[in-house]
Design a protein around this ligand. Sequence first.
Ligand code: F0G
Length: 465
Amino acid sequence: MPLSSTSEKGSKPSQPQASFGFRCIGCGAVTAAAAQDFRCSECGNLLEITDSSWNSRNPTALKTLWRERRSLNASLDLSGVWRFRELLPAPQSAEQVVTLREGNTPLYELPQSSRSIGVSRLYAKHQGMNPTGSFKDTGMTVAATFARQAGYRWVACASTGNTSASMAAYAARGGMRSLVLVPEGKISWSKLSQALDYGALTCQLRTDFDGCLRLLQELVRQAPVYQLNSINPFRLEGQKTLALELLEQLDWQPPDHIIVPGGNLGNSSAIGKALIEMLDLGLIPSLPKLSVIQAEGANALVRTLREGGGKRLVSVQAETRATAIRIGNPASWEKAVKVLQATGGACEQVSELEIAQAKAEIGAEGIGCEPASAVTLAGLKKLLRQGFVKPEETVVLVLTGNLLKDPDFTMGFHRGDLFQDTADERESSRLNPFRHPPVVLDASLDAVIKTLEQAEKSDPPHSNA
Ligand code: F0G
């Protein structure tokens, strides 16, 4: 339901009508309210938000309205999420909305990678350009809004870092307190420092992400805290707008492929839901294939499809340097399986070396991302080799987090010690052409000029020539 009608310019809300409900993805039961754990009371499966009013929209009018809002200055219109509010659950009033002007992220071309791997049009949708540096903000604005509206004083999440940073920021903006559960020693300092600065009560638990999430599930049944993990279906509604905004940026011409990293599998589920809704509404003529890429050491979805036929979850003991996706027991696996099947997408895994190389290649295009995001480029190379992606096709990589989210990884890579004392150490030398280590010199003109001359002689791995 919209907060303002098509005739209104600006944020003036129309009368609220809570027309949405919660539908179980397992048994299909629809309810008006959801329990604290966001699971179906009948069969225990996850819920998704459904709203019959979405189907009665005029696609051409919606496209015009959404574009017009880009020139308006009302708070909701400035948000790249609430700009698409006709396809979101409606809060009681515009004043309830907790926003940091999320969304409206750039779509970049990747000309160097496109040439070097041999695909004709390659784009990166950079969700790392959100207010707290990751895609989580687009979902958090919606879920935090509904938490505040429901009167919660505390919100909580388990996290590999980005969710906690985002939740802490939105809780602070919305006047709520936040509780963060993160695996001790397994998230980047940048992300942890964000949660601290935004005032979260931050608990570093001696377990992994899956252990943190399990504990949170028990906590929400006993304490009046509102959980903001992607099990919360309001999060996924906000994350849908990535796909709406992307298609708008492509003038509603669907790309052939969208490739996204997979961790807890909320984001792939959200993007898939948006694509299917867009097709149903007539906003797009066909579905892009949505593919999910995981790290080899955290490949639960890959194994669920290969060994479990997509019917039962195959959990893993997760291990990867891409700490954002170090998840072995993904909560939204069934939603992700459904969207892979609906869009005809693939699911692949990539090695630690492939991730590191892809991250350096994206960085060399001048945009940069965190390791978990780089699985998309590494995965694309594999899908091209397999013939699943054709050279003449258009591909969009979803970059989920900002380069500055994990400086330790980047420094380790360029210094050359990222793979020290690991099984990959010997083979990692093939990544040397992608490294740009800092040079320590005497403060003399001569020394700098000599270094410049040496650099001029060695070709960079990518060249625009
Ligand atoms: N990329 C980044 C940068 C992430 O932070 C995450 C998840 C993902 C990809 C995977 O997305 O879970 O929706 O499949 N990070 C969560 C967190 C788990 O706690 O920050 P997903």
